[in-house]
Design a protein around this ligand. Sequence first.
Ligand code: ADP
Ligand code: MG
Length: 303
Amino acid sequence: MTEALLDVRDLRLGVVQKRATLHAILKGVSFQILPGEAYGLVGESGSGKSVTSLAIMGLLGKPLSVTGGALLFKGQNLLDLSKREMRRLRGNRIAMIFQEPMTALNPLATVGRQIAEMYMLHQGKGRQEAQELAIEALASVRVPNPDRRAKDYPHQMSGGLRQRVMIAMALACDPDLLIADEPTTALDVTVQAEVLRLIKDLCAERGTAVLFISHDLGVIASICQRVGVMYAGCLVEENETKALFQDPRHEYTRGLLGALPQLGSRSQNGRRRLVDIDSIIADRSKLTETSFIVPRRPQGGQA
Ligand SMILES: Nc1ncnc2c1ncn2[C@@H]1O[C@H](COP(=O)(O)OP(=O)(O)O)[C@@H](O)[C@H]1O
Ligand SMILES: [Mg+2]
């Protein structure tokens, strides 16, 4: 049996005040990610996906606090680490990309410099070498004219390019685990497909495991081998992606699948056909905008 890279065991967290839990948010969530595996967490807005990832990163802020369970990373419980040890791990062994790169990037520094800082901070590289590595990193995330774009400030880039910069920063130290929380939700459909492909290809090349979070089961299906379905602070179902589509057990999962538009026509008895998962997995980017758009929540109703 392969040992899990990340073993989330009965994770509980909630709104805590004076050591009393006022409100439970995660009610015992368990899942494992194997080395190099892409694991998806799907669920509607408010189901507890982001707080799960923040707990793993050690970034839960007041009033939220872990109230039970364990977060074993390579066998070590992250909950036992000091703030300093956790800081060293973050960005180094575990890296994260967020939905809105603008909030994570420094508006006052060029993107080249921000990527270079990752190499200086975590790998002790000198300024010159770090700058060269930064340009290579921009090339590896398929940014055109990387030596010129390295001199851009974040606001001079499109949302898609900014997200590529975030990916370059996250992968700079060759982490074992990349956490991606709705990394493409704010992007146009075509750009979204490119960024997904990029994450998928880069992590496969480097053997980086991914915890991929989305409210969109189609996005998860295009990138993850296994999926956990979250509902109201619980992991209600888990399966191989394909099996989940073919044989959803939980009522809520069926609901999520029902939200996906059909790719084929209706079957003879008028019932919906199961979504053609193979074609989604094969190449999401080839699907036209009209053939595969999961209904979005209204603007502002962010997952
Ligand atoms: N800082 C906070 N204080 C209180 N409740 C919070 C806080 N952050 C998140 N929550 C609650 O935790 C639940 C899960 O949130 P979240 O993990 O952000 O959901 P998701 O990412 O699945 O949309 C929600 O009910 C949300 O209201
Ligand atoms: Mg979220």
